[in-house]
Every structure is written in C-alpha cells, then in structure tokens.
Design a protein around this ligand. Structure first.
Ligand SMILES: Cc1cc2ncn([C@H]3O[C@H](COP(=O)(O)O)[C@@H](O)[C@H]3O)c2cc1C
Ligand SMILES: O=C(O)c1cccnc1
Length: 381
C-alpha cells in the first residue's frame, strides 16, 4: 500500500488511496518541470510621476482625458518610455478542447473548436475581421484541439501537450507534465514574436466552465456566482451546467494553489495563455486581455507572479457571469462595457484603437509652453 502523506494541500487521505489519487496534481509537481521567468514591476513610482507631469502639461485641463490618461501612463510605464510607440501588435488565439464538454456544459458540440480554427485561418471569424481592420497580426495556436491540423501552416502554430484536456469530472484535466509543457509553449511562442504588444484570445468549447471553476477557486467566490451561460446555456441546460461544475469543484477540493487548480480544471489553452502572460510581462510587452476566459489565465499568472497585472490592459467587461468577480479580485477596471460575450480576442481587438490613441496623445500632444497656451497653474494665486 502506498504511504499516506499529509501534504500541504491534502489534509486527509483515506487509507485505500494513494496521496496522489486523492490530491491530484500538485503545484510543486508542475513547478519542478518549469522555470518561471522573473518579472520586474511595471510600476516605477518616479517614472509614473514623470509621466503624470507630462500628461498634466499637455494642452488640456488636468485629467480631462479621463481614463485615457491612466492608459497612456500605463503604456509609458510598461514600455519604459515617455513617448511610447506600439509596434507590431500580435493577436494570439489559443485553442484547445475540453473533455468536460462531454458532460453537456456547452450549447455547442466539441467539433466547433476545430471548425472555428479553420474559420480563424480563413479570415471569417469576428476576431479575424477585427484583427484585419486594425492591422493586428493574428496567430492561431493549436494548444490541444482534438484534431490533427497536419503541423504548422500560415497563421497556425501547433504547440500541443495533448489532444485536448481530460474530463475534469473524472480526474485532473491535465497531468503535471502536460500543464508544464503547455505553459512552456506559451513562453516559447512569445519569444518568437515581434513587436511590443500582445492581444490575448482563446477558443475552446467548454472553456467557460474551466474559467468559472478557476475563478471560483482563485477568488473564493461560489461556483454559482462564477458560472454563466457561455455559448448560450439557459434554463434547465444552465442549471445542469452548474450542477456539473459544482461536482467538479468538489472533486478537486484539494487543488487550491493556482497551478494545481489549473491542472485540475484545465485547459491547455488557458495554461498556454498563462505562459504567454508570464513571458510577455518578462519582456515588458503590453498584454491586452480579452474577456472572462483570458482573465481566468490572468488570475493564475498573477497569483504566480503578482507583477504580471501591471502589464495587463483589461479591454472590456464581458457579459459572462463571473467576469466582474475576476476583475474585482484583480482590482482592475476594464476599458469597455459593450455586453460582449464572445471571446476569441474580439474585445481586445475592439479596444486596440484606444491604446493607439493613448500612446499617440502622450507622444504628440503639445505642452502648454510648447504651444504658447496659458496654463491655469500660471494664473493661480
Ligand atoms: C461558433 C462559436 C464561435 C466562438 N468563438 C468564441 N466562442 C466562445 O465560446 C466558447 C466558450 O463557451 P462554452 O463554454 O459555452 O463552450 C469558447 O470557445 C469561446 O471562445 C465561440 C463559440 C461558438 C459556438
Ligand atoms: O468573455 C469571454 O471570454 C467569453 C464569454 C462567453 C463565451 N466565450 C467567451
């Protein structure tokens, strides 16, 4: 019989199971396979003050550009510049399947993940149209779609640790090695990309369930408060989704640390996004977060490395229940509130022009003295 272990995340183990069976994948299992990058704080208070002064000296009443001023300041901090230039923006749409989809938690069948990957590549998805509109390069990443795309193609990178996450109602969605590999793939992807801004997108039937479970576990809120309609579940179908998720949540009661929760609930695309966030922050790139599912990846990454949050621009408040909880937990306010509940990176692409405007205003707006405009401060007695 296996030794009974009273580990940090495993207070009680029945004698007839191994510790591993009971506890699932632990954070240290994953960390032993992974080197996380060191991330510098984006927020240097002296630089923040200089940027604020620059903004206050622009030809406008102080603060009159509202939250665009805070955005400009954040871009200046991330890019360590008083005249930040956003270069070669890259949209990464991370796609993967979820075994949990077999439990009827989505209004759409699993094969839609593969079909949408083809749609992204053909240029017909919402995010394809928006990325094209704004000159954002789009790369789809097969992080674990249950389909063989036959290797890399133009616009497609196949970086999969498995052909889909396992059904989390039966066991951990990912083995430690799969989870570590998926995070490593995300880090490698960023190293290969040009530019200084990454926009995060995802596709994976069932992934609003994984995101709901991660949000509940990492924020401490009820599963019910974090579970939404995803692709459009309502009435008895939504009640069924919630019952399934509550059972999955209890099954993985021991998965309390961020990486243990990620391995327990999935999925491979969320794990890849965690790697993208960590490496993107490490390289001081602007990270434009989309909706509920990409924010779940931020919850994990930020719990591992709190400095990640300073590199993230939260593009919008998703209509998906649970997103407001995740954002409140992070202490952030998104730019837009358009009732979007699509994912793919669509909200990030829609918010992109605001980032462009913020950086341009910081770079190009005249100062009071430069333009010969009287500053109220000079008149004040
Ligand atoms: C045609 C179609 C396109 C999508 N694009 C993004 N999603 C979104 O819906 C999925 C999450 O919802 P759930 O957990 O209910 O499956 C993800 O793939 C997400 O990106 C789509 C969903 C569908 C059906
Ligand atoms: O906000 C999201 O990311 C989202 C919401 C519903 C479905 N898919 C994605």
């Amino acid at each position: 019989m296996a030794a009974i272990r009273q580990g940090r995340h495993c207070a009680w183990v029945p004698a007839y199971t191994t510790a591993r069976d009971n506890c699932g994948v632990t954070e240290s299992d994953i960390l032993s396979l992974l080197r996380l990058p060191a991330i510098a704080d984006a927020d240097d208070s002296a630089q923040a003050q200089r940027l604020q002064q620059l903004l206050d000296n622009k030809t406008k009443p102080p603060g009159s550009l509202g939250r665009i001023e805070q955005l400009a300041q954040q871009l200046g901090l991330i890019l360590a510049s008083e005249a930040p230039v956003l270069q070669a923006p890259q949209m990464l749409v991370c796609a993967a399947d979820h075994g949990l989809a077999a439990q009827g938690v989505s209004a759409f069948p699993q094969e839609v993940t593969r079909q949408m990957v083809e749609n992204f590549l053909a240029g017909g998805a919402a995010v394809s149209v928006l990325a094209r509109q704004h000159g954002i390069a789009l790369t789809v990443v097969d992080c674990g779609v249950a389909h063989d795309f036959g290797g890399d193609r133009p616009g497609l990178r196949v970086r999969k640790a498995a052909a889909g996450a396992a059904d989390a109602s039966l066991g951990p969605a990912m083995a430690a090695a799969q989870c570590a590999e998926a995070i490593g793939h995300g880090m490698d992807l960023v190293r290969d990309l040009p530019g200084n801004a990454l926009l995060l997108g995802e596709m994976g039937i069932g992934n609003s369930s994984a995101a709901a479970l991660l949000t509940a576990r990492l924020t401490g809120h009820d599963v019910a408060a974090c579970t939404g309609s995803g692709t459009g579940m309502a009435g008895t179908a939504l009640a069924h989704k919630l019952r399934v998720l509550q059972a999955v949540y209890l099954r993985h009661a021991h998965a309390r640390t961020p990486l243990a929760a990620l391995a327990a609930f999935g999925g491979l695309e969320i794990a890849t996004l965690v790697g993208v966030l960590l490496q993107g922050a490490r390289e001081r790139r602007v990270l434009v977060v989309d909706g509920f599912i990409t924010t779940a990846a931020v919850l994990v990454a930020q719990a591992l490395a709190p400095a990640v949050r300073g590199y993230c621009v939260f593009s919008h408040l998703s209509g998906e229940r649970g997103h407001a909880i995740a954002l409140a937990h992070l202490g952030v306010r998104p730019l837009l509130d358009l009732g979007l509940r699509l994912g793919e990176g669509s909200g990030a692409a829609l918010a992109w022009p605001l980032l462009q405007s913020a950086s341009l205003l910081l770079r190009e707006m005249a100062s009071f003295s430069g333009a010969g405009v009287s500053n109220r401060g000079e008149l004040a007695v």
